[in-house]
Ligand binder design. Structure first.
Ligand SMILES: Nc1nc2c(c(=O)[nH]1)N[C@H]1C(S)=C(S)[C@@H](COP(=O)(O)OP(=O)(O)OC[C@H]3O[C@@H](n4cnc5c(=O)[nH]c(N)nc54)[C@H](O)[C@@H]3O)O[C@H]1N2
Ligand SMILES: Nc1nc2c(c(=O)[nH]1)N[C@H]1C(S)=C(S)[C@@H](COP(=O)(O)OP(=O)(O)OC[C@H]3O[C@@H](n4cnc5c(=O)[nH]c(N)nc54)[C@H](O)[C@@H]3O)O[C@H]1N2
Ligand code: SF4
Ligand SMILES: [Mo]
Length: 812
């Protein structure tokens, strides 16, 4: 049956439903049932149209965390948004292209006027997680949250206060939700002694922490995507820009990069992706978690057939062969020894060896090695799918090795094996958030352990930084614009008891626009503005373009929503630091100050902020393609890499030391070389007898993670479905569109099956981000992949192994 549209009409109807005393909100739209005592009459509904005003068109943006950032042109009449268009200005030539929104941004109106908008501040009344709240005033909310915060700090110290990951307002300037240190919440906390910080992000934990052991520094750069115009061949390992970089701006870059020289594109992915459809020449399906085995076999062919770039290896790297091993490394520990089977494992990494692991025929591996080595130059890159897996740290380095072996680093048309460079940015000023007096950090993913048994968490057991060990449990969580308390985190059923217990983490403050699955665990649930309801700006860029979009306040905030700035100022008042927090400025006055600073760096911006808001978008063309590590390539003596040796460290002495000193769990490994490590719950693990299918959860065009998941238009064009190959479906008697049960030892999810040869046999994918919607038995009914993923972090990065899972599927 067709669901009604989540439009302003639906919302207006809800006003009637929850008028008066206690109301229960429970419908297909809600992830859990919510009871609001003393609901009153003011809910998040738009004003009734008076029908007299003129229509105005105001610029704003879609600034969620999808890797793009697009302009919106918002039609407003009588204080109500009537239509959302996108950038249709200028001549759309490459380099100054239109910042066109994808279908999600164009569905913004359904998100603004969704019936799940949080109407007013709410305080939990029942047990945590029960879904019972009562309406409170903002004054009460500020007062109680301030008191609780003070209490937590007095009893446990500032390191008991955690700012959780949340990227729903990633693109904002004043409303920024991540990284934690850039948010208004950080400014508030830094005025009262600081907070426990996190490092890395759910996107890139393993590549962020792992790959710099190869190149040095804190992040491995890539050439700009546009530089593919100089490549003969491009090889994408699990990189799917047509779906993960969906803006018109980035799509235009991809087309430009691919078709300027007609560069051949090979895509290695368990799925025939949308990128394969739009720019791919050949698809090589691979079993999840096995790219390091493929890379090793490619290296085997290149070495044995003498296809490697020996002068490059000699000049720019250490650890390739026994002669170039750093001092102290044991004999037989060079990369060449590992590949040829002359190292401790005595296993030559032949194409036949890799074929059994990856599922790719030996002949295709041999041919691919010759193609990569023979292409002049070759753009080798990886998305972040391959590394979001157990032992993904080694996978990121193993793919990087292909660029190193073939000398494609630091040159036009080449790349490092990392993802393409994120693009140029304009030097817009940012909101000052002050310095965090607390230096302790943990990985973005293992915070749940700091609630449960922080005493076990040390530098060598849990990757704690800034201290030898945690000195306090997490007792207070700020969760702003994020759904990572549960939906996006993983191991939802295992997280549930940890979050339910309010003796463990005593206070959870959820600040969001929407009643999400994470909102269920809130003690205080505060409505914040959507970015169309406040003044702000967002800036971004791509290969040859950078831009800023000035976000107008298009409508008044729905219900009692406030900006995060005003919310933090309210709590600051309670803690006696309001003056220090605001410096006497409103949000708009801060923007004026930051705008004046930005104009010093970008004098062509209009004289006043007001004029900038009318102009809407400012773009700049950058003719140069970015080439990562060009200076190092040109002169390695004068421009060494930021690694200890100044060179590419194929054998990493630092990792060799960590391998000796860190405490790891079964199935986790740290190795000095980028070795292939078989994953528990992986392609060749014995558990496949019981759980025969590998499960991944790709990033999907219906949503940006969970955001937009409540928009009916998008549910219609890109429904939530389990991708399953016809061979696996037939073996289970599953027909197209059947409702299926996907399950393992951690959870159950029901969803419709999409039977398609676009996914290889033995692998299924449940697009990540669907809203966890449990039934009475606690089984998810909405295709939420994170009831099936696990909490066990990866070895080195302590990150999220979201794509390493085994499941069974049957007809429901
Ligand atoms: N299984 C699996 N899980 C994954 C992943 C995976 O690949 N597989 N990917 C991971 C990755 S890479 C990431 S980055 C995380 C993302 O996880 P999150 O950062 O939690 O992303 P969202 O689910 O989009 O949640 C963003 C929240 O911000 C709110 N929001 C949106 N716009 C606004 C706004 O304008 N103002 C305010 N105040 N709030 C707003 C939304 O309502 C939503 O609740 O998920 C991770 N989870
Ligand atoms: N439409 C949309 N776009 C998004 C997002 C979104 O939610 N929706 N999220 C944004 C965010 S925050 C991020 S971090 C990025 C994420 O960007 P990515 O992490 O690159 O996205 P994924 O879909 O997880 O993985 C990319 C591809 O890797 C494949 N893959 C999975 N496992 C393996 C493997 O072991 N080996 C190989 N070779 N391939 C594998 C998947 O099938 C997928 O096609 O996307 C961003 N863009
Ligand atoms: S979700 Fe779509 S419209 Fe929004 S920023 Fe990303 S690509 Fe642009
Ligand atoms: Mo991400």
């Amino acid at each position: 049956m067709r669901k009604p549209h989540c439009t302003e009409q639906a919302l207006l109807k809800r006003r009637d439903v929850i008028k008066g005393g206690a109301v229960v909100l429970a419908s297909a739209f809600f992830p859990f049932s919510i009871e609001i005592l003393n609901a009153g009459s003011a809910v998040a509904a738009p004003p009734a149209p008076s029908g007299t005003g003129e229509e105005r068109i105001l610029w704003n943006s879609c600034n969620v965390n999808c890797g793009s950032r697009c302009a919106l042109r918002v039609h407003v009449k009588d204080g109500v948004i009537t239509r959302v268009e996108t950038d249709n200005t200028g001549d759309d030539r490459y380099g100054m292209q239109q910042l066109r929104a994808c279908p999600r941004g164009r569905s913004m109106r359904q998100r603004i006027y969704a019936e799940q908008r949080i109407p007013y501040p709410l305080r939990r009344v029942g047990n945590r997680g029960e879904g019972k709240f009562e309406r409170i005033s903002w004054e009460e909310a500020f007062k109680e949250i301030g008191q609780r915060l003070r209490g937590t700090i007095d009893t446990y110290g500032n390191e008991a206060v955690y700012l959780n990951y949340g990227t729903g307002a990633l693109g904002s300037t004043m409303g920024k939700s991540w990284p934690p240190a850039a948010t208004p919440v950080a400014r508030l906390m830094n005025l009262v002694g600081g907070y426990l910080n996190h490092y890395s992000d759910y996107s890139t934990c393993q590549i962020t922490v792992g790959m710099p052991y190869l190149y040095g520094g804190s992040w491995v750069d890539g050439n700009s995507l546009s530089d593919m115009e100089n490549s003969e061949l491009a090889v994408f390992f699990g990189n799917n820009p047509s779906e993960t970089r969906m803006s018109g701006c980035k799509a235009k870059t991809l087309q430009h990069a691919r078709f300027t020289r007609n560069t051949r594109v090979i895509i290695i992915d368990p799925r025939y992706t949308d990128s394969m459809v739009s720019v791919g020449d050949e698809w090589i399906p691979i079993r999840p978690g096995t790219d390091a085995a493929l890379s090793a076999a490619l290296a085997y062919v290149m070495i044995t057939e003498d296809l490697i770039d020996k002068p490059f290896l000699a000049k720019y790297t250490i650890g390739y062969d026994e002669e170039s091993l750093p001092k102290g490394a044991p004999a037989g520990s060079s990369y060449k020894s590992y590949i040829l089977g002359q190292g401790p494992d005595k296993t030559p990494k032949t194409p036949a060896w890799a074929s059994r692991i990856t599922g790719i025929p030996p002949a295709r591996i041999e041919k691919l090695a010759r193609e990569i080595a023979g292409a002049r130059p070759c753009f080798i890159c990886q998305g972040w799918g391959p590394q979001r897996t157990t032992n993904g740290e080694n996978i990121s380095r193993a793919i990087g090795m292909l660029a190193v072996l073939t000398g494609n680093v630091g040159i036009k048309g080449g790349n490092t094996g990392a993802r393409e460079n994120a693009g140029y940015k304009l030097p817009m000023a940012t909101f000052p958030t002050l310095e965090n007096p607390v230096k302790t950090e943990l990985s973005c993913f293992n915070w749940y352990q700091a609630i449960d048994d922080y005493k076990q968490m040390t530098a060598t057991t849990a990757g704690i930084r800034g201290r030898e060990r945690l000195i306090a449990p997490i007792k207070f969580i700020w969760n702003y614009a994020g759904n990572c308390l549960t939906n996006q985190h993983g191991g939802i059923n295992q997280m549930h008891p940890i979050l339910l217990d309010d003796k463990k983490c005593e206070t959870i403050v959820v600040i969001d626009t929407t009643l999400t699955p994470s909102a269920r665990y809130a003690d205080f649930l505060l409505p914040s503005c959507l970015n169309l309801e406040e003044h702000d700006w967002t800036s971004d860029g791509d290969s040859n373009i950078a831009y800023v979009i000035f976000d107008n306040k298009c409508i008044e905030p729905l219900g009692e929503a406030k900006s995060i700035y005003d919310i933090c100022a309210g709590v600051a008042n309670e803690l006696g630091v309001k003056e220090a927090f605001t410096e006497g400025r409103t949000q708009y006055q801060w923007l004026e100050k930051l705008y004046a600073e930005s104009r010093k760096a970008i004098p062509e911006l209009p004289p006043t902020l007001e004029e900038a808001y009318t102009m809407g978008v400012y773009k700049r063309y950058f003719p140069e393609n970015h080439i990562a590590y060009k200076a190092f390539r040109d002169d390695p003596e004068a421009n060494p890499l930021p690694s200890p040796s100044g060179k590419i460290e194929i054998y990493s002495p630092r990792l060799a030391e960590l391998a000796e000193t860190w405490t790891l769990l079964p199935g986790q490994a740290i190795t000095a070389l980028p070795e292939y490590i078989p994953n528990p719950e992986g392609a060749i693990s014995p558990e496949r007898k019981e759980w025969p299918l590998q499960l991944i959860g790709h990033h999907y065009k219906q949503r940006t993670h969970s955001t937009y998941g409540n928009c009916w238009w998008l549910q219609e064009v890109a429904p939530q479905e389990l991708w399953i190959n016809p061979i696996d479906a037939k073996a289970r008697g599953i027909e197209f569109g059947d409702r299926v049960k996907v399950f393992n030892g951690r959870g159950v999810s029901f969803v419709k099956a999409k039977i398609t040869p676009r996914i290889m046999p033995g692998v299924v994918s449940l697009p990540e981000g669907a809203w966890h919607t449990p039934n009475a038995a606690g089984e998810d009914t909405n295709g939420c992949v994170n009831v099936l993923t696990k909490l066990l972090p990866t070895a080195l990065a302590k990150g999220n192994p979201h794509h390493t899972n085994l499941v069974q599927v049957e007809k429901a």
